[in-house]
Design a protein around this ligand. Structure first.
Ligand code: ADP
Length: 392
């Protein structure tokens, strides 16, 4: 029965439900009205009341109607039968007319919905940016169309970002491949390459394949973020200690001092992902620092309006602030650096093995945890970037 009703169109379902309601109402009405009418007639048959209006007291006579009116019983019976038949016919006609009426009225009422679904069917990946015309009526359909348009615009943004990401990824993959191809072609033309030339070509291939595998690794990381479990209780101070430990040799090479201020916050999430986020931020603070500089991490609770939150009120957050004494980020790039493949100085970043995906990965990890990452301040003396994570 359930499956059968699911197969029916909304118009037929509405018609059936209303017909059922009308039928139940009519049958109940028929039952009560005919019962009271028939009982009334039976009482009439039994009692005939005559009142002598001239006297001061009304006089009531109880008379056997069969004696006074011998045909009365037959007449009452035939009136009762006629009443029943007419009631049944009237009930049937009312049910039939209301069903037909409901069928046509619901068709008319649902026609804007049909129009909307016809328009939606025409939407393809290519015309996601074309929003639907919102009907002037201020009803459920116009609200539905407006919500649909909003969803379409979000999808369009996501789709465009995805396309841009794929194009940039393809470009990044093509560059090392092109470098290898050109160098190998030149090398192949050499009749008797020297040991030095062999060494050069070998190190070039090693460097470019290293870049390719790093890129593939980050791309894989980015696609796997959504499926990672995020229910661990994490001490951000302990996590930072581990990051410092793992980056100690890199910092040492550049003679950078790593400082962790006192303070801790506990959050719920994925240790693996948050480790990766803090690692990338500290690694950048080392990479884009002057030699003999400093990287300071300060963990403290605070309030922040998070983009992921549905309410524009400040939420309780854990702040992981990473400050460096590095080259700084120009104001016009302070938001852009979080976009995939964006680098302020492409050649410099590339030379340091960067693909421009580190901060995009941090942004995605923060978003998956309901938080966000942003540049708090930056100038020629250095930058402070904060990872803000909601404390539940
Ligand atoms: P990359 O792999 O190039 O480091 P990221 O996504 O990690 O990519 O960073 C994007 C760009 O943001 C970098 O190329 C760099 O120009 C800039 N950047 C990131 N962190 C810092 C920082 N702490 N100081 C200065 N510039 C930074």
């Amino acid at each position: 029965m359930k499956n059968f009703s699911k197969k029916l169109s909304l118009q037929w379902r509405l018609t059936l439900v209303i017909t059922l309601l009308v039928s139940v109402t009519c049958i109940l009405m028929y039952f009560f009205i005919s019962r009271s009418a028939v009982t009334g007639m039976e009482n009439l048959e039994n009692y005939i009341v005559q009142v002598d209006e001239t006297g001061s007291e009304p006089i009531t006579f109880h008379v056997d109607p069969a004696v006074l009116f011998p045909d009365l019983s037959d007449q009452v019976q035939s009136t009762k039968d006629l009443f029943r038949i007419r009631s049944i016919i009237a009930t049937g006609i009312i049910i039939l007319l209301s069903s037909i009426g409901t069928y046509f009225i619901s068709r008319h009422a649902l026609s804007p919905l049909h129009e909307l679904s016809t328009k939606i069917e025409k939407i393809q990946a290519q015309n996601l940016s074309e929003s639907l015309e919102i009907p002037e009526s201020n009803d459920a359909i116009s609200h539905l169309t407006a919500s649909f348009n909003e969803m379409l615009s979000r999808l369009d943004d996501a789709f465009t970002a995805q396309k841009q990401f794929s194009a940039s990824a393809a470009h990044e993959l093509r560059t090392p491949l092109a470098v290898m191809q050109t160098n190998l072609e030149v090398f192949a033309r050499k009749k008797e390459p020297s040991t030095e030339e062999y060494r050069e070509i070998f190190s070039m291939v090693q460097e470019q394949t290293g870049r390719l595998s790093h890129l593939a690794e980050v791309l894989l990381d980015m696609t796997g973020i959504q499926t990672v479990e995020r229910s661990e209780t994490i001490s951000l101070a302990e996590l930072t200690e581990e990051v410092f430990c793992d980056l100690a040799s890199v910092a040492e090479q550049k003679q950078i001092e790593l400082i962790q201020r006192d303070g801790d916050c506990t959050v719920t999430g994925s240790y693996l992902l948050l480790y990766r986020a803090v690692y990338n931020l500290v690694e950048n603070a080392i990479k884009y620092n002057h030699s003999s500089g400093k990287v300071t991490v300060n963990i403290h609770p605070g309030k922040a309006v998070l983009a992921a939150a549905s309410q524009p009120h400040p939420a309780d957050c854990a702040f992981v602030e990473i400050s460096d004494t590095g080259i700084g980020i120009p104001p016009e790039y302070q938001e852009k650096i979080f976009a995939p493949f964006f680098r302020v100085d492409k050649s410099r970043s590339r030379a340091m093995g960067g693909a421009g995906l580190g901060l995009a990965l941090v942004t995605e990890i923060a978003r998956q945890h309901g938080g966000q990452v942003k540049v708090l301040e930056s100038n020629a003396k250095g930058s402070t970037i904060a990872l803000m994570l909601p404390i539940k």
